[in-house]
Design a protein around this ligand. Structure first.
Ligand code: GLU
Length: 268
């Protein structure tokens, strides 16, 4: 009898262990009744604090809200930086990242990514009349960008003679440009457009150069949880097909989704 009890306990423990191992993010989020999204809070147009409502707003915020809505749970935002966002996802402090993050194979070693939900490329923000047109003009000049970003690596490859100064977030790099501490700020053109548009004197700044690198944004999701990744990809497809993506894009970018780009759409 005692032996039977032990065997039964073992069977139950084993069965429970299997279930627990398979209980992925989707179940965890539903059980917790909350989606925790890692977002930026100082990137105009993508993830920033609305000065009136004091709420987080932007394209990345709207993407999180759409997915939370499809999950039927409220969303909680946690602020991330370019440097700490992947560790935060790996540690489980956030369920997902919607944080202007480029999908790179090297990043894919630690986390997984959704399909591309925003397509951009890296450029330069300079003072009007600076004479700087491209990375070629940055030899022996200081250029500001952000720690842990692709921009930081790409500019070093594009112009090894530039002196790259990395800040925690983009507004600090822009402040350095205004104070004359750097001659350019480099990152994705949408982020640069947000810096320029958010300034008191936008006409003082130019976004220049051919693209230094291509920057396809993916949502960061935990490694090896295909049920959650599939769900997120399905939400993105739905967001495109029901028109929400186009509305959201227009709202934040101020123009239509470029004709040459479409989200990867999978038939049902
Ligand atoms: N998209 C680039 C990256 O993922 C630059 C923007 C950012 O720092 O988030 O690194």
């Amino acid at each position: 009898m005692k032996r039977l009890a032990v065997v039964l306990t073992l069977i139950l423990a084993f069965a429970f262990g299997i279930t627990a191992a398979h209980a992925g993010k989707l179940e965890e989020i539903k059980e917790r009744n909350k989606l925790i999204c890692g977002v930026k809070d100082s990137v105009n147009l993508f993830g920033f604090v609305d000065p009136d409502s004091k709420e987080l707003v932007g394209l990345d915020i709207d993407v999180c809200k759409y997915i939370a809505d499809k999950l039927g749970v409220p969303v909680e935002f946690k602020v991330v930086t370019s440097k700490n966002r992947i560790p935060m996802l790996v540690q489980g402090s956030v369920d997902m990242l919607a944080a202007t993050m480029t999908h790179k194979f090297s990043r894919d070693e630690k986390i997984d990514f959704s399909i591309t939900y925003f397509m951009d490329g890296q450029k330069l923000l300079v003072k009007k009349g600076s004479g700087i047109q491209s990375a070629a003009d940055l030899a022996n000049k200081k250029v500001g960008t952000v720690k842990g970003s692709t921009s930081e690596k790409n500019i070093k490859n594009a112009q090894p003679k530039a002196r790259v100064i990395s800040y925690d977030e983009y507004p600090q790099a822009f402040m350095a440009l205004k104070q004359g501490k750097v001659k350019a700020v480099t990152t994705d053109s949408g982020i640069l457009a947000g810096l320029k548009a958010g300034d008191d004197n936008p006409e003082m700044w130019d976004i220049v150069g051919p693209f230094i690198a291509s920057e396809p944004y993916g949502l960061g999701v935990p490694q090896d949880d295909s049920a959650f990744r599939d769900f997120v990809n399905k939400c993105l497809n739905q967001m495109w097909l029901d028109g929400t993506y186009h509305k959201t894009f227009r709202k934040w970018m101020g123009y239509e989704v470029p004709e040459g780009w479409t989200m990867e759409l999978w038939p049902m």
